[in-house]
Design a protein around this ligand. Structure first.
Ligand SMILES: Cc1cc2nc3c(=O)[nH]c(=O)nc-3n(C[C@H](O)[C@H](O)[C@H](O)COP(=O)(O)OP(=O)(O)OC[C@H]3O[C@@H](n4cnc5c(N)ncnc54)[C@H](O)[C@@H]3O)c2cc1C
Length: 333
Protein backbone atom coordinates (compact mmCIF):
# COMPACT_ATOMS: atom_id res chain seq x y z
CA UNK A 1 0.00 0.00 0.00
CA UNK A 2 1.44 3.38 -0.96
CA UNK A 3 -0.53 5.39 1.61
CA UNK A 4 -1.66 4.76 5.15
CA UNK A 5 -4.27 7.36 5.94
CA UNK A 6 -7.58 6.86 4.15
CA UNK A 7 -10.64 9.01 4.90
CA UNK A 8 -13.92 7.57 3.59
CA UNK A 9 -16.88 9.98 3.36
CA UNK A 10 -20.27 8.22 3.33
CA UNK A 11 -21.26 5.15 5.33
CA UNK A 12 -23.46 3.39 2.73
CA UNK A 13 -22.62 0.08 1.06
CA UNK A 14 -19.81 1.57 -1.08
CA UNK A 15 -18.20 3.59 1.72
CA UNK A 16 -18.28 0.67 4.18
CA UNK A 17 -16.75 -1.64 1.56
CA UNK A 18 -13.92 0.85 0.94
CA UNK A 19 -13.33 1.14 4.69
CA UNK A 20 -13.24 -2.65 5.07
CA UNK A 21 -10.86 -3.27 2.16
CA UNK A 22 -8.51 -0.37 2.98
CA UNK A 23 -8.33 -1.53 6.62
CA UNK A 24 -7.58 -5.11 5.47
CA UNK A 25 -4.74 -3.65 3.41
CA UNK A 26 -3.30 -2.16 6.59
CA UNK A 27 -4.46 1.43 6.11
CA UNK A 28 -5.44 3.74 8.97
CA UNK A 29 -9.05 4.29 7.97
CA UNK A 30 -11.47 6.95 9.19
CA UNK A 31 -15.14 6.75 8.25
CA UNK A 32 -16.58 10.24 8.09
CA UNK A 33 -20.33 10.86 8.46
CA UNK A 34 -23.30 9.01 9.88
CA UNK A 35 -25.66 6.22 8.86
CA UNK A 36 -27.89 6.46 5.75
CA UNK A 37 -30.76 8.84 6.38
CA UNK A 38 -33.02 8.02 3.41
CA UNK A 39 -36.42 6.31 3.49
CA UNK A 40 -36.51 2.51 4.00
CA UNK A 41 -35.62 0.76 0.76
CA UNK A 42 -35.56 -2.94 -0.07
CA UNK A 43 -32.75 -4.05 -2.35
CA UNK A 44 -33.27 -7.02 -4.64
CA UNK A 45 -29.78 -8.48 -4.97
CA UNK A 46 -29.10 -10.80 -7.89
CA UNK A 47 -26.87 -13.87 -7.49
CA UNK A 48 -23.73 -12.09 -8.72
CA UNK A 49 -24.23 -9.30 -6.16
CA UNK A 50 -24.96 -11.78 -3.35
CA UNK A 51 -21.77 -13.71 -4.23
CA UNK A 52 -19.74 -10.48 -4.18
CA UNK A 53 -21.32 -9.30 -0.93
CA UNK A 54 -20.67 -12.69 0.72
CA UNK A 55 -17.09 -12.89 -0.49
CA UNK A 56 -16.35 -9.45 0.97
CA UNK A 57 -18.50 -9.43 4.11
CA UNK A 58 -19.53 -13.03 4.88
CA UNK A 59 -23.11 -14.35 4.95
CA UNK A 60 -25.96 -11.86 4.93
CA UNK A 61 -29.57 -12.56 5.91
CA UNK A 62 -32.53 -11.69 3.77
CA UNK A 63 -35.60 -13.13 2.11
CA UNK A 64 -34.79 -15.65 -0.64
CA UNK A 65 -36.66 -15.48 -3.93
CA UNK A 66 -36.73 -18.49 -6.24
CA UNK A 67 -38.37 -17.18 -9.38
CA UNK A 68 -39.08 -14.14 -11.48
CA UNK A 69 -42.21 -13.51 -13.50
CA UNK A 70 -42.19 -10.71 -16.03
CA UNK A 71 -44.27 -9.27 -18.84
CA UNK A 72 -42.15 -6.75 -20.63
CA UNK A 73 -43.43 -4.88 -23.69
CA UNK A 74 -46.63 -3.77 -25.29
CA UNK A 75 -47.84 -7.10 -26.73
CA UNK A 76 -45.61 -9.48 -24.77
CA UNK A 77 -46.90 -12.47 -22.82
CA UNK A 78 -45.67 -13.36 -19.32
CA UNK A 79 -42.44 -15.28 -18.85
CA UNK A 80 -41.53 -17.06 -15.62
CA UNK A 81 -37.95 -18.09 -14.99
CA UNK A 82 -36.27 -19.79 -12.04
CA UNK A 83 -34.08 -17.03 -10.69
CA UNK A 84 -32.69 -16.76 -7.21
CA UNK A 85 -32.29 -13.41 -5.51
CA UNK A 86 -32.02 -12.04 -2.00
CA UNK A 87 -34.22 -9.21 -0.73
CA UNK A 88 -32.63 -7.12 2.00
CA UNK A 89 -33.59 -3.90 3.66
CA UNK A 90 -30.85 -1.43 2.72
CA UNK A 91 -30.74 0.33 6.09
CA UNK A 92 -30.61 -2.96 7.99
CA UNK A 93 -27.89 -4.32 5.69
CA UNK A 94 -25.74 -1.22 6.17
CA UNK A 95 -26.17 -1.41 9.97
CA UNK A 96 -25.12 -5.10 10.02
CA UNK A 97 -22.08 -4.45 7.83
CA UNK A 98 -21.01 -1.45 9.92
CA UNK A 99 -20.81 -3.77 12.96
CA UNK A 100 -18.46 -6.06 11.03
CA UNK A 101 -15.88 -3.38 10.32
CA UNK A 102 -12.50 -4.02 11.94
CA UNK A 103 -12.06 -2.22 15.29
CA UNK A 104 -9.30 -0.05 13.95
CA UNK A 105 -11.64 1.77 11.52
CA UNK A 106 -12.29 5.02 13.33
CA UNK A 107 -15.38 7.16 13.07
CA UNK A 108 -15.29 10.94 12.89
CA UNK A 109 -17.68 13.78 12.27
CA UNK A 110 -15.12 15.87 10.41
CA UNK A 111 -12.49 14.81 7.92
CA UNK A 112 -8.97 14.17 9.30
CA UNK A 113 -5.83 14.82 7.20
CA UNK A 114 -5.45 11.87 4.81
CA UNK A 115 -3.30 10.58 1.97
CA UNK A 116 -6.43 9.42 0.16
CA UNK A 117 -9.95 10.77 0.43
CA UNK A 118 -12.68 8.47 -0.84
CA UNK A 119 -15.99 10.12 -1.46
CA UNK A 120 -18.90 7.66 -1.21
CA UNK A 121 -21.69 10.07 -0.37
CA UNK A 122 -24.02 12.18 -2.51
CA UNK A 123 -24.06 13.04 -6.22
CA UNK A 124 -21.69 15.96 -6.83
CA UNK A 125 -23.39 19.13 -8.07
CA UNK A 126 -23.21 19.83 -11.80
CA UNK A 127 -23.64 16.19 -12.89
CA UNK A 128 -27.23 15.92 -14.09
CA UNK A 129 -28.95 12.53 -14.42
CA UNK A 130 -29.52 11.05 -17.89
CA UNK A 131 -33.30 11.42 -17.90
CA UNK A 132 -36.08 12.58 -15.63
CA UNK A 133 -37.65 9.31 -14.54
CA UNK A 134 -38.53 8.60 -10.94
CA UNK A 135 -39.08 5.49 -8.81
CA UNK A 136 -42.24 5.34 -6.73
CA UNK A 137 -41.83 2.79 -3.95
CA UNK A 138 -44.04 1.49 -1.18
CA UNK A 139 -45.25 -1.57 0.72
CA UNK A 140 -48.50 -3.57 0.48
CA UNK A 141 -49.96 -6.91 1.63
CA UNK A 142 -48.94 -9.62 -0.85
CA UNK A 143 -50.10 -13.21 -1.28
CA UNK A 144 -46.99 -14.31 -3.17
CA UNK A 145 -43.98 -15.42 -1.12
CA UNK A 146 -41.08 -16.44 -3.43
CA UNK A 147 -41.63 -15.03 -6.93
CA UNK A 148 -41.09 -11.38 -7.87
CA UNK A 149 -43.40 -9.99 -10.54
CA UNK A 150 -42.68 -7.22 -12.97
CA UNK A 151 -44.75 -5.83 -15.83
CA UNK A 152 -44.98 -2.81 -18.07
CA UNK A 153 -47.99 -0.55 -18.47
CA UNK A 154 -48.46 2.22 -21.03
CA UNK A 155 -46.93 4.63 -18.47
CA UNK A 156 -43.89 2.72 -17.20
CA UNK A 157 -42.93 -0.46 -15.36
CA UNK A 158 -43.94 -1.80 -11.97
CA UNK A 159 -42.56 -4.57 -9.78
CA UNK A 160 -43.94 -6.45 -6.77
CA UNK A 161 -41.32 -8.14 -4.58
CA UNK A 162 -42.47 -10.48 -1.79
CA UNK A 163 -40.86 -10.00 1.60
CA UNK A 164 -42.05 -13.37 2.92
CA UNK A 165 -44.08 -12.06 5.84
CA UNK A 166 -47.38 -11.43 4.04
CA UNK A 167 -46.08 -8.10 2.75
CA UNK A 168 -44.34 -7.02 -0.38
CA UNK A 169 -42.23 -4.17 -1.65
CA UNK A 170 -43.59 -2.26 -4.65
CA UNK A 171 -41.59 -0.25 -7.11
CA UNK A 172 -42.81 1.59 -10.20
CA UNK A 173 -40.75 3.69 -12.58
CA UNK A 174 -42.36 6.54 -14.49
CA UNK A 175 -40.84 9.16 -16.80
CA UNK A 176 -43.07 11.77 -15.15
CA UNK A 177 -43.29 12.34 -11.36
CA UNK A 178 -46.92 11.59 -10.37
CA UNK A 179 -49.12 14.18 -8.63
CA UNK A 180 -50.48 11.60 -6.19
CA UNK A 181 -47.83 8.88 -5.72
CA UNK A 182 -50.07 6.55 -3.64
CA UNK A 183 -52.88 6.60 -6.19
CA UNK A 184 -50.38 6.24 -9.00
CA UNK A 185 -48.73 3.15 -7.50
CA UNK A 186 -52.12 1.49 -6.86
CA UNK A 187 -53.26 2.29 -10.41
CA UNK A 188 -50.05 0.90 -11.94
CA UNK A 189 -50.38 -2.36 -9.99
CA UNK A 190 -53.90 -2.74 -11.37
CA UNK A 191 -52.98 -1.69 -14.92
CA UNK A 192 -50.14 -4.25 -14.90
CA UNK A 193 -52.49 -7.02 -13.70
CA UNK A 194 -50.46 -7.52 -10.50
CA UNK A 195 -53.51 -6.96 -8.26
CA UNK A 196 -54.00 -10.74 -8.23
CA UNK A 197 -50.97 -10.89 -5.88
CA UNK A 198 -50.90 -7.41 -4.35
CA UNK A 199 -53.95 -7.67 -2.14
CA UNK A 200 -54.11 -4.29 -0.42
CA UNK A 201 -53.41 -0.61 -1.08
CA UNK A 202 -49.83 0.69 -1.09
CA UNK A 203 -48.55 2.48 1.99
CA UNK A 204 -45.32 4.29 3.02
CA UNK A 205 -45.05 5.52 -0.57
CA UNK A 206 -42.05 7.66 -1.51
CA UNK A 207 -40.71 9.08 -4.76
CA UNK A 208 -36.98 9.09 -5.59
CA UNK A 209 -34.93 9.94 -8.69
CA UNK A 210 -34.32 6.84 -10.84
CA UNK A 211 -32.44 8.11 -13.91
CA UNK A 212 -28.82 6.97 -14.12
CA UNK A 213 -25.87 9.34 -13.99
CA UNK A 214 -22.11 9.36 -13.98
CA UNK A 215 -20.08 12.10 -12.38
CA UNK A 216 -17.34 13.85 -14.33
CA UNK A 217 -15.36 13.93 -11.07
CA UNK A 218 -14.25 10.32 -10.72
CA UNK A 219 -10.59 10.41 -9.76
CA UNK A 220 -8.21 13.18 -8.85
CA UNK A 221 -4.80 13.02 -7.23
CA UNK A 222 -5.37 11.80 -3.68
CA UNK A 223 -9.13 11.61 -4.15
CA UNK A 224 -11.48 8.95 -5.54
CA UNK A 225 -15.25 8.93 -5.92
CA UNK A 226 -17.15 5.64 -5.45
CA UNK A 227 -20.70 4.22 -5.26
CA UNK A 228 -23.44 6.81 -5.24
CA UNK A 229 -20.72 9.46 -5.07
CA UNK A 230 -19.83 8.77 -8.70
CA UNK A 231 -22.30 6.49 -10.49
CA UNK A 232 -25.94 5.49 -10.22
CA UNK A 233 -27.66 2.87 -12.36
CA UNK A 234 -31.30 2.72 -13.40
CA UNK A 235 -33.11 0.37 -10.94
CA UNK A 236 -34.10 -1.79 -13.94
CA UNK A 237 -30.53 -3.11 -14.11
CA UNK A 238 -30.87 -4.88 -10.76
CA UNK A 239 -27.13 -4.54 -10.23
CA UNK A 240 -26.75 -1.09 -8.64
CA UNK A 241 -25.56 -2.45 -5.30
CA UNK A 242 -23.08 -4.78 -7.05
CA UNK A 243 -21.77 -1.87 -9.09
CA UNK A 244 -21.42 0.25 -5.93
CA UNK A 245 -19.26 -2.51 -4.36
CA UNK A 246 -17.22 -2.91 -7.55
CA UNK A 247 -16.36 0.81 -7.59
CA UNK A 248 -15.23 0.41 -3.96
CA UNK A 249 -13.02 -2.56 -4.90
CA UNK A 250 -11.50 -0.67 -7.83
CA UNK A 251 -10.84 2.40 -5.72
CA UNK A 252 -9.12 0.44 -2.97
CA UNK A 253 -7.00 -1.28 -5.64
CA UNK A 254 -5.88 2.19 -6.80
CA UNK A 255 -5.00 3.14 -3.20
CA UNK A 256 -3.17 -0.15 -2.64
CA UNK A 257 -1.20 -0.34 -5.87
CA UNK A 258 2.41 0.81 -5.82
CA UNK A 259 2.57 1.75 -9.54
CA UNK A 260 2.55 5.44 -10.51
CA UNK A 261 -0.88 6.62 -9.48
CA UNK A 262 -1.44 8.69 -12.64
CA UNK A 263 -1.99 5.54 -14.74
CA UNK A 264 -4.31 4.07 -12.14
CA UNK A 265 -6.42 7.21 -11.85
CA UNK A 266 -6.83 7.36 -15.63
CA UNK A 267 -7.69 3.65 -15.69
CA UNK A 268 -10.29 4.08 -12.92
CA UNK A 269 -11.84 7.04 -14.76
CA UNK A 270 -12.11 5.11 -18.04
CA UNK A 271 -13.46 1.91 -16.46
CA UNK A 272 -16.36 3.78 -14.91
CA UNK A 273 -17.02 5.56 -18.23
CA UNK A 274 -17.13 2.21 -20.07
CA UNK A 275 -19.43 0.61 -17.44
CA UNK A 276 -21.82 3.55 -17.69
CA UNK A 277 -21.78 3.40 -21.50
CA UNK A 278 -22.79 -0.30 -21.40
CA UNK A 279 -25.51 0.53 -18.88
CA UNK A 280 -27.03 3.25 -21.09
CA UNK A 281 -27.06 0.88 -24.07
CA UNK A 282 -28.92 -1.70 -21.94
CA UNK A 283 -31.47 0.91 -20.80
CA UNK A 284 -32.09 2.00 -24.39
CA UNK A 285 -32.59 -1.56 -25.63
CA UNK A 286 -35.08 -2.35 -22.87
CA UNK A 287 -37.05 0.88 -22.86
CA UNK A 288 -37.30 1.08 -26.65
CA UNK A 289 -39.02 -2.35 -26.82
CA UNK A 290 -41.52 -1.51 -24.10
CA UNK A 291 -42.75 2.07 -24.50
CA UNK A 292 -43.96 4.34 -27.25
CA UNK A 293 -45.25 7.37 -25.34
CA UNK A 294 -43.90 10.89 -25.92
CA UNK A 295 -42.53 10.91 -22.33
CA UNK A 296 -40.46 7.76 -22.93
CA UNK A 297 -39.36 9.08 -26.33
CA UNK A 298 -37.99 12.06 -24.35
CA UNK A 299 -36.09 9.74 -21.98
CA UNK A 300 -34.65 7.81 -24.94
CA UNK A 301 -33.63 11.04 -26.65
CA UNK A 302 -31.76 12.23 -23.54
CA UNK A 303 -30.09 8.81 -23.29
CA UNK A 304 -29.09 8.83 -26.98
CA UNK A 305 -27.53 12.28 -26.55
CA UNK A 306 -25.57 11.13 -23.50
CA UNK A 307 -24.46 7.97 -25.32
CA UNK A 308 -23.18 10.00 -28.25
CA UNK A 309 -21.12 12.13 -25.84
CA UNK A 310 -19.75 9.03 -24.07
CA UNK A 311 -18.96 7.30 -27.36
CA UNK A 312 -16.98 10.35 -28.50
CA UNK A 313 -15.02 10.26 -25.22
CA UNK A 314 -14.44 6.50 -25.38
CA UNK A 315 -13.05 6.80 -28.92
CA UNK A 316 -10.79 9.77 -28.28
CA UNK A 317 -7.29 9.42 -26.92
CA UNK A 318 -8.17 11.88 -24.17
CA UNK A 319 -11.07 9.71 -22.93
CA UNK A 320 -10.22 10.68 -19.39
CA UNK A 321 -8.29 13.32 -17.55
CA UNK A 322 -4.56 13.17 -18.00
CA UNK A 323 -2.66 13.39 -14.74
CA UNK A 324 0.75 14.58 -15.80
CA UNK A 325 1.36 17.89 -14.03
CA UNK A 326 4.45 17.81 -11.84
CA UNK A 327 2.41 18.80 -8.81
CA UNK A 328 -0.12 16.04 -9.53
CA UNK A 329 2.52 13.38 -9.83
CA UNK A 330 4.25 14.56 -6.68
CA UNK A 331 0.96 14.46 -4.83
CA UNK A 332 0.15 11.02 -6.12
CA UNK A 333 3.34 9.08 -5.59
C1 LIG B 1 -34.80 3.78 -5.92
C2 LIG B 1 -33.60 2.88 -5.94
C3 LIG B 1 -33.78 1.50 -5.92
C4 LIG B 1 -32.67 0.64 -5.97
N1 LIG B 1 -32.87 -0.69 -5.97
C5 LIG B 1 -31.82 -1.53 -6.08
C6 LIG B 1 -32.00 -2.93 -6.12
O1 LIG B 1 -33.13 -3.43 -6.04
N2 LIG B 1 -30.90 -3.74 -6.23
C7 LIG B 1 -29.64 -3.23 -6.31
O2 LIG B 1 -28.68 -3.98 -6.44
N3 LIG B 1 -29.45 -1.89 -6.23
C8 LIG B 1 -30.49 -1.04 -6.15
N4 LIG B 1 -30.30 0.30 -6.08
C9 LIG B 1 -28.96 0.79 -6.10
C10 LIG B 1 -28.35 0.69 -4.70
O3 LIG B 1 -29.22 1.18 -3.70
C11 LIG B 1 -27.21 1.58 -4.63
O4 LIG B 1 -26.43 1.51 -5.78
C12 LIG B 1 -26.29 1.28 -3.46
O5 LIG B 1 -26.96 0.79 -2.33
C13 LIG B 1 -25.64 2.57 -3.19
O6 LIG B 1 -24.77 2.47 -2.10
P1 LIG B 1 -23.83 3.70 -1.83
O7 LIG B 1 -23.04 3.36 -0.65
O8 LIG B 1 -23.11 4.05 -3.06
O9 LIG B 1 -24.80 4.95 -1.60
P2 LIG B 1 -25.83 5.27 -0.38
O10 LIG B 1 -26.43 4.01 0.13
O11 LIG B 1 -26.69 6.34 -0.94
O12 LIG B 1 -24.87 5.81 0.74
C14 LIG B 1 -24.38 7.12 0.74
C15 LIG B 1 -24.01 7.45 2.17
O13 LIG B 1 -23.41 8.73 2.21
C16 LIG B 1 -23.99 9.47 3.29
N5 LIG B 1 -23.81 10.88 2.99
C17 LIG B 1 -24.52 11.66 2.15
N6 LIG B 1 -24.00 12.89 2.10
C18 LIG B 1 -22.92 12.89 2.92
C19 LIG B 1 -21.95 13.85 3.28
N7 LIG B 1 -21.98 15.09 2.80
N8 LIG B 1 -20.95 13.48 4.14
C20 LIG B 1 -20.87 12.25 4.63
N9 LIG B 1 -21.80 11.29 4.33
C21 LIG B 1 -22.79 11.61 3.48
C22 LIG B 1 -25.42 9.00 3.36
O14 LIG B 1 -26.00 9.24 4.62
C23 LIG B 1 -25.20 7.51 3.11
O15 LIG B 1 -24.85 6.86 4.29
C24 LIG B 1 -31.39 1.17 -6.02
C25 LIG B 1 -31.21 2.56 -6.01
C26 LIG B 1 -32.30 3.40 -5.99
C27 LIG B 1 -32.06 4.89 -5.97
Amino acid sequence: MNADRVAVHGAGLAGLTCALLAARDGGAVTLVGGEPAGPPTELVLNEATVALLTSLWGEVDGHRLTGRWSRWGIDAGPVQTPSTALVVNEQRLVAVLAERLPDRVERAETAPPADWTIRASARPAGNPPVGRRVAITGYAPMSETRVSRMATTWRGWVQAVPLGDGRGFLRAVSPVPPDDPEDFLGAEIEAAGLDEWVVGPPERVVVAPAAPWLSRQRAEPGRLHVGGGVLRLDPLSGSGAGQAMRTAMLATAVVRDGRPAADLLGDYHRRLGAAFHRHLIGCTANYRTAFDSAEWAGELHITATALAGHAAQLHSRSGGPVFTGRRDVAAMT
